[in-house]
Design a protein around this ligand. Structure first.
Ligand code: SF4
Length: 710
C-alpha cells in the first residue's frame, strides 16, 4: 500500500498511542521504532506489533453465531449479510423508541472517532470498557477544576524542573500502560534533579527506580494525602497566593476545618505510613518548585473518588495546577464539527442504565463517566440494555463482574429469547467476549487503518492531533469498526452521514486547523502547537461554574462525599479473620493496556523474553507462617472465587498482601489460552459490595480479601 521504507504512524498496542515509525518491506511491516521527531519512544510491546500483525489467529471474515451464546460456534457470512443483520437489529430497537437502550463499549481514544457520531445519531451511549481505571481521578478533576477528561492525563514529566517531585501512587508506570513515554520522561526528569517517590504496597519497577519507596497499606492513600494536607495547612506551608486568588471563596476554610483532626499521627494509624514520613513528605512537596502526582487507579480496593478528591485538594493548595511539572489542564484543539451534528442521547442519568444497583435512586443525579461491566449485567436483567456493541474491549474476561456479565448475556425471557437482543463484537482476533456475540466482525490493526487521533492531552507532547495511516493491506475481508459504523450510519441516518468515508470525515474535522489528511501525512502525521500553555486559567479562569477551583462538593453532600473521608475502603475490614490477606493486582507491560490481542501475542508471551506465567507474589515472612515455599502451588480464595496457582516468594510486597498480575487467564487464542490465572475470578462481582462501588463513583474493585492455603 505504501512504498518500501519507514513511515510515520501511531502505535495501538496500548492506549498510550505513541508516534512510531514502521518499516515496510515488500508489502509487509517488518520493524517498529519510536518516531525520533516526536520523542522517539516505542516500547517492547509496540515492537511486538509486528508479531500481532501476522498472527495466525487474525479474523478475516464476518462470523455469525450458529450455536447458543457462549458456545463460540460460528459460520462465515458476507459483509452484505452482516450489514443487513446489524441494520435490522438496530432499526428494530430504534423504531420502538428505545435507542437509549443501546450501548457501545469501546475505548474512547479519540474524540474524532466516527463511532461517536453514530451513537449521537442513534441516541445510544458509550461504555468506555474501562470501568476500573481512573474514573475517580477524572471525576475529581472535573469537579475541582473543570479539567477536560481524558482516559489518563499524567503530568508532563518532561517539564518537571530540577528539585521537583514525582509522586507515583499505585501507578506502575514502569511496566504498564504507557511505558514508552512516561518512564523515560521520568528518568530524564530525575537526571535533571527531580525526585521520584513511589507509594505502593508492592516494590514495583517504579519503586526500584525511586528515591523513596513508601509501602503503604492498600487503600490508605486518601489518609496519606489528608495527613499531608493537614500538616501543610497547619504549618502555613500552602500556596497562599494561589489559594487566595483561585480557590472558590470559603472552600479552603471548609477543607481546613475538615482536616483539623487529621493529624499525621491519626492518618498514620489508617494508612500505615509513619507520621514522621507523612510530615517529611508534606514538607518536601510544599517546598518543591513543582509536584506532579500520578495514581491512575489509586491503590486498589476502590475508594477512588475520595482519593482523587484528596489528591486534587493537595495539588490545588500547593499551587501545582497547570504549572511545569504539576497537573496539566488540557487545551482544546479547534477541530471543525462534522455538520449537521446529530443531537446525541438523552442525559445519562435520565435514560441510561447508569446506576442500577441498590443505591440507584440515591445516585441517579450523579453522572459518573465509567460504567462497570457489572452494571451492564444488571441493565440486561432489568431490561434497560437491549443492544450491546463491543469493539476493542473484552468484558467477558478482563473486567470486574465478568462472570455476572457472562450469565446476563445468556439470560432468556419467557419466550426463550435472549434478553440482550443483539451482541456485536468487532475485533482482530476471537476473544472471550466474541464467544457470546451474535456477530463477530474482523477488525483491522493499527497498521491497516486510518484514524485521526485527538484528545485534549497526549502523553508524548501535550495537545495536538496524530494520524494513523494504513501501511499494509488487511488480511481477508477485515474492515475497521469505524467504517462499519459509517456504513450503518449511512443506511440509518443519511442526513448525518453525508461524508464519503473516514478520510473525508477527518478532512472535515481537520479544516479547523487548516489541514487535511493528505497535508497531515506530508507533515509526518502530527500537528501540535508546540507549546505547553501553562497557567491558562490566568486568562479564562478554570472550567468550573465559578471559574475558580472547587475544593468542596456541595452537590455530593447528600451522599457524604462533599470532602474526602479519611477511611480505608470497606473491603479492608471485611471478613478479616477468614480472609487475612489483601489480593492486589498489578500490571506488566506484556499484556496490559489492550484487548485480547496482546495476551495472544507470541512475542509477548515468550517464556524467555516475555511473560508466560503469572505466579502470585507473596512475602516470605507471610509464606513461612503458612508453611509455603517458593514455587509451591496454593489455593487463593476470596468470598467470590478461588484460584489454584503457584506462588513466588519475594520481599517486594507487604506481608499482609498477595499480588496477582492483572489480565491473565485467557481461554481463547492459540498462544494465550490456558496460560496463567485471572485475578477477576477473585473479585466480588455479584453485587455483594455494590453499595461500595456506588459510593466510590464508578471505581470498581480491583482487589479483595483472600485466604491462602497450600
Ligand atoms: S507504550 Fe503503548 S502505544 Fe507506546 S509503543 Fe508501547 S505499546 Fe505502543
Amino acid at each position: 500500500m505504501v512504498q518500501d521504507g519507514w513511515h510515520p504512524t501511531v502505535c495501538y498496542q496500548c492506549k498510550a498511542e505513541c508516534a512510531i515509525l514502521a518499516k515496510v518491506q515488500d508489502g509487509r511491516v517488518t520493524e517498529v521504532k519510536g518516531n525520533p521527531k516526536y520523542g522517539g519512544k516505542a516500547c517492547v510491546k509496540g515492537m511486538a506489533g509486528v508479531t500481532l500483525q501476522y498472527a495466525k489467529d487474525r479474523l478475516t471474515k464476518p462470523l455469525k453465531r450458529v450455536g447458543e451464546r457462549g458456545e463460540g460456534r460460528f459460520e462465515e457470512i458476507s459483509w452484505n449479510e452482516a450489514f443487513d443483520i446489524i441494520e435490522e437489529k438496530l432499526r428494530s430497537l430504534y423504531d420502538r423508541g428505545e435507542g437509549h437502550k443501546l450501548t457501545y463499549s469501546f475505548f474512547p481514544h479519540s474524540l474524532t472517532d466516527p463511532k461517536w457520531h453514530f451513537l449521537n445519531a442513534y441516541g445510544g451511549y458509550i461504555n468506555t470498557g474501562l470501568p476500573h481505571c481512573d474514573s475517580g481521578k477524572i471525576v475529581s478533576e472535573i469537579k475541582c477544576w473543570g479539567g477536560i477528561p481524558n482516559h489518563h492525563i499524567p503530568p508532563a514529566w518532561f517539564t518537571m524542573p530540577k528539585d521537583g517531585i514525582i509522586l507515583l501512587v499505585g501507578r506502575h508506570a514502569f511496566g504498564c500502560l504507557d511505558d514508552a513515554c512516561v518512564p523515560r520522561d521520568i528518568m530524564e526528569a530525575m537526571d535533571r534533579g527531580a525526585k521520584l517517590i513511589v507509594v505502593d504496597p508492592i516494590f514495583s519497577p517504579d519503586a526500584a527506580k525511586a528515591d523513596w519507596w513508601i509501602p503503604i497499606r492498600p487503600s490508605g492513600d486518601t489518609a496519606l494525602f489528608l495527613g499531608m494536607i493537614h500538616h501543610i495547612i497547619e504549618n502555613d506551608l500552602y500556596d497562599k497566593k494561589f489559594v487566595e486568588e483561585w480557590v472558590r471563596e470559603g472552600d479552603f476554610d471548609k477543607v481546613k476545618a475538615h482536616v483539623k483532626d487529621m493529624t499525621p499521627e491519626a492518618m498514620s494509624a489508617i494508612c500505615d505510613v509513619p507520621a514522621d514520613d507523612i510530615r517529611r513528605l508534606a514538607v518536601m512537596c510544599a517546598e518543591a518548585p513543582a509536584v506532579g502526582v500520578d495514581g491512575f487507579k489509586s491503590i486498589m480496593l476502590g475508594q477512588a473518588l475520595d482519593f482523587g478528591h484528596a489528591w486534587s485538594i493537595f495539588l490545588a493548595i500547593t499551587g501545582n495546577l497547570d504549572n511545569p511539572g504539576g497537573q496539566p489542564i488540557p487545551e482544546l484543539t479547534p477541530l471543525s464539527p462534522v455538520e449537521p451534528q446529530p443531537p446525541g442521547p438523552p442525559p445519562l442519568n435520565e435514560m441510561g442504565f447508569h446506576r442500577t444497583g441498590p443505591n440507584r435512586d440515591a445516585f441517579r443525579n450523579y453522572s459518573f463517566i465509567m460504567e462497570p461491566t457489572w452494571y451492564e449485567a444488571q441493565a440486561i436483567k432489568d431490561g434497560s440494555l437491549k443492544i450491546l456493541l463491543v469493539t476493542e474491549a473484552n468484558p467477558a474476561l478482563t473486567e470486574m463482574g465478568s462472570k455476572e456479565w457472562q450469565k446476563a448475556v445468556c439470560m432468556k425471557d419467557a419466550n426463550g429469547e435472549y434478553m440482550l437482543e443483539f451482541l456485536l463484537n468487532t475485533d482482530i482476533m476471537l476473544s472471550e467476549t466474541a464467544k457470546y456475540a451474535d456477530l463477530v466482525l474482523p477488525d483491522q490493526t493499527h497498521f491497516e487503518r486510518y484514524e485521526l487521533l485527538y484528545m485534549p492531552w497526549w502523553y508524548n507532547f501535550g495537545h495536538g492531533v496524530l494520524l494513523r495511516q494504513p501501511l499494509v493491506k488487511a488480511p481477508g475481508e477485515a474492515m475497521h469498526s469505524n467504517l462499519v459504523f459509517i456504513e450503518i450510519g449511512k443506511r440509518m441516518f443519511p442526513e448525518y452521514f453525508q461524508f464519503k468515508d473516514d478520510v473525508e470525515y477527518y478532512d472535515i474535522q481537520l479544516k479547523g486547523l487548516g489541514l487535511s489528511v493528505e497535508k497531515l501525512k506530508a507533515m509526518g502525521g502530527k500537528w501540535s502547537p508546540g507549546t505547553m500553555g501553562f497557567r491558562k486559567y490566568r486568562d479564562g479562569g478554570f472550567g468550573t461554574p465559578s471559574g475558580t477551583v472547587h475544593l468542596y462538593w456541595e452537590d455530593l453532600e447528600e451522599v457524604g462525599q462533599q470532602l474526602p473521608r479519611a477511611i480505608l475502603a470497606p473491603e479492608y475490614d471485611a471478613d478479616v479473620e477468614e480472609y487475612p490477606f489483601i489480593m492486589i493486582s498489578y500490571r506488566r507491560i506484556h499484556i496490559n493496556g489492550t484487548g485480547p490481542w496482546s495476551s495472544n501475542n507470541a512475542q509477548l508471551r515468550d517464556p524467555a523474553s516475555g511473560q508466560s506465567t503469572n505466579p502470585a507474589i507473596l512475602n516470605p515472612a507471610a509464606a513461612a507462617k503458612l508453611g509455603i515455599g517458593d514455587g509451591d502451588t496454593v489455593t487463593i480464595k476470596s468470598r467470590t472465587g478461588e484460584l489454584r496457582m503457584p506462588v513466588r516468594l519475594t520481599e517486594h510486597i507487604r506481608p499482609d498482601c498477595v499480588g496477582i498480575m492483572h489480565g491473565f487467564g485467557a481461554t481463547v487464542g492459540r498462544v494465550a489460552a490456558g496460560a496463567g490465572h485471572c485475578d477477576n475470578e477473585l473479585i466480588p462481582d455479584a453485587g455483594s459490595h455494590l453499595e461500595w462501588q456506588d459510593l466510590i463513583g464508578g471505581e470498581a474493585h480491583v482487589s479483595t480479601r483472600v485466604r491462602i492455603t497450600r
